[in-house]
Write a protein that binds this ligand. Structure first.
Ligand SMILES: NC(=O)c1ccc[n+]([C@@H]2O[C@H](COP(=O)([O-])OP(=O)(O)OC[C@H]3O[C@@H](n4cnc5c(N)ncnc54)[C@H](O)[C@@H]3O)[C@@H](O)[C@H]2O)c1
Length: 454
């Protein structure tokens, strides 16, 4: 799913000026162990009311939005926050129970009595971030039905500055706690985060969220900061991940033209500890519901703060991704010949997930089909894909193909019987676009690696 074009303009009128931005210094939470009452020194300044939430009755947590983030977070909160009552609201779901989480279709009922309300809804509800009708409607409901002392915890990735707007619309305290999990490893990432950022201007609200996280996250991993910085850190983290993907993919073009091997280049570069090896595999490009959207949010923020050069810098990461996809398509078309059958292995935006939102493999497969090729898809996690024939068997997909494109490094593609595949598709060229290995059964000049020596 491409980010809404509205995202470019949505926030421009509501950005804080730089003078409004409070760049409060970040502070790690004290690492002192909780005392006998379960209170760490970092939170002993708590109001009695907040202490009471933990000591006298069940903490009551509501989640609004029960998708990828909401589900994983709900499971962890229900499992790790002692005695917690966790209720999730999502219009897509039927009421009932999902493990320890109660699903409540009715928002007023879901938030009634909640001490913390985690917002895990898409960044753009009906297209325009917090300025749009979706967020405004949600904010109006929260203002009406959440209890006055409830703390809204923002997990959705929003543009810095939206917090002030939400506080105004909901008349509730808002704390930003950006989510850094990855799809496919969501629960593990939430259980063992690299860091937890807790940003806000109300010290008691910030402390209460820290206290929730302290039920399973060590204090040294929790960083208290202002909301604006926490939100910016989230956007920058995703933008930098995407930047690495575009950086290495940009080298595939040069390697293919000049005769280098992008895997050697990536290995050599990644051995530098200042750079590191992660996100340096040549691939069909970055995708999913977050990376491109978050870069667009960052660009819109930069423009609204009067820095078009910053927006242009980050936009180039997306432009490189698009150019790379275009180059992959041209390469596959050239190898296949006119209107040949193409088998595409891997359709989701990355291995191990069944999410095809803004998936580059799917975009490539659809473009090949649009050019008149007969495209058959296979994915270990996806049984169907929009506008594409998807089959269950790798061998069925490959049968009679003129080109077989490997777009995923899923483990299922590591054990392919290549001899059988060659019998089924003797004329096929192989395009290896995901950093895996193709044995030599296909003979010289048949296997073409993205950014590699053919
Ligand atoms: N997916 C990730 O890996 C990831 C990681 C970090 C942050 N985020 C951010 O978290 C947010 C949610 O992402 P996601 O991947 O979970 O999205 P998702 O699309 O999987 O889930 C969002 C859920 O919110 C529900 N929803 C929409 N409007 C609602 C409303 N008004 N009230 C209640 N529920 C509503 C939808 O039905 C959907 O189930 C986004 O801002 C995203 O950028 C996502």
């Amino acid at each position: 799913m491409r980010a809404s074009s509205n995202s470019k303009t949505a926030h421009s009128t509501r950005m804080p000026t730089l003078s409004q931005v409070r760049l409060a210094s970040c502070q790690h939470v004290s690492d002192k162990r909780p005392n006998r009452n379960g209170q760490s020194a970092a939170v002993l300044g708590f109001s009695k009311k907040l202490k009471g939430l933990f000591n006298k009755r069940m903490p009551h947590i509501a989640l609004i939005g029960y998708g990828v983030v909401g589900r994983a977070l709900g499971d962890v909160l229900a499992a790790r926050v002692r005695g917690a009552k966790v209720v999730a609201n999502d219009p897509k779901l039927r009421p009932g129970r999902a493990g320890k989480v109660r699903i409540e279709k009715n928002l007023p009922k879901a938030v009634a009595g909640a001490d913390w309300i985690f917002l895990c809804v898409p960044s753009h509800l009906q297209g325009q971030g917090v300025a749009g009708p979706g967020w405004r409607k949600l904010a109006a409901q929260l203002r009406l039905h959440a209890k006055a002392e409830a703390i809204l915890v923002i997990k959705s990735t929003l543009v810095p500055g939206d917090v002030a707007e939400l506080e105004k619309l909901t008349r509730r305290r808002v704390v930003v706690c950006p989510e850094f999990m990855s799809e496919g490893t969501a629960e593990r990432d939430i259980l063992h985060p690299h860091r937890v950022l807790v940003g806000g201007s109300d010290p008691a609200a910030v402390e209460s969220v820290i206290r929730l996280y302290r039920q399973w996250v060590p204090a040294r991993k929790i960083i208290r900061m202002d909301a604006w910085s926490a939100q910016l850190a989230k956007l920058l983290a995703n933008a930098m991940l995407a930047q690495r993907v575009s950086s290495i993919n940009s080298m595939t073009a040069l390697c293919e033209r000049a005769g280098g091997d992008v895997r050697s280049v990536a290995r050599a570069v990644g051995l530098d500890p200042r750079i590191g090896p992660h996100f340096l595999n040549a691939s069909p490009g970055f995708g999913g519901s977050c990376l491109e959207k978050d870069i667009r949010l960052l660009c819109s923020l930069a423009r609204s703060l009067g820095h078009p050069e910053v927006a242009r810098y980050w936009q180039a990461i997306i432009d490189m991704n698009d150019a790379h996809v275009g180059r992959c398509i041209r390469k596959i078309v050239k190898l296949t010949g006119p209107k040949g059958r193409i088998a595409v292995f891997g359709l989701s935006f990355k291995a191990g997930v069944n999410d095809s939102r803004n998936s580059m493999p799917l975009r490539i497969a659809q473009a090949l089909k649009a050019k008149g090729h007969r495209v058959i898809g296979h994915d270990p996690m996806m049984k169907r894909a929009p506008g594409l024939k998807v089959v269950d068997s790798i061998y069925e997909a490959a049968s009679g193909a003129r080109c077989i494109v490997l777009m995923s490094d899923a483990k299922e593609y590591r054990n392919i019987d290549w001899t059988r595949l060659r019998r089924l598709a003797p004329l096929a060229k192989i395009v290896e676009a995901a950093g895996g290995k193709v044995p030599s059964v296909f003979g010289r000049g048949t296997v073409h690696r993205l950014g590699g020596l053919s």
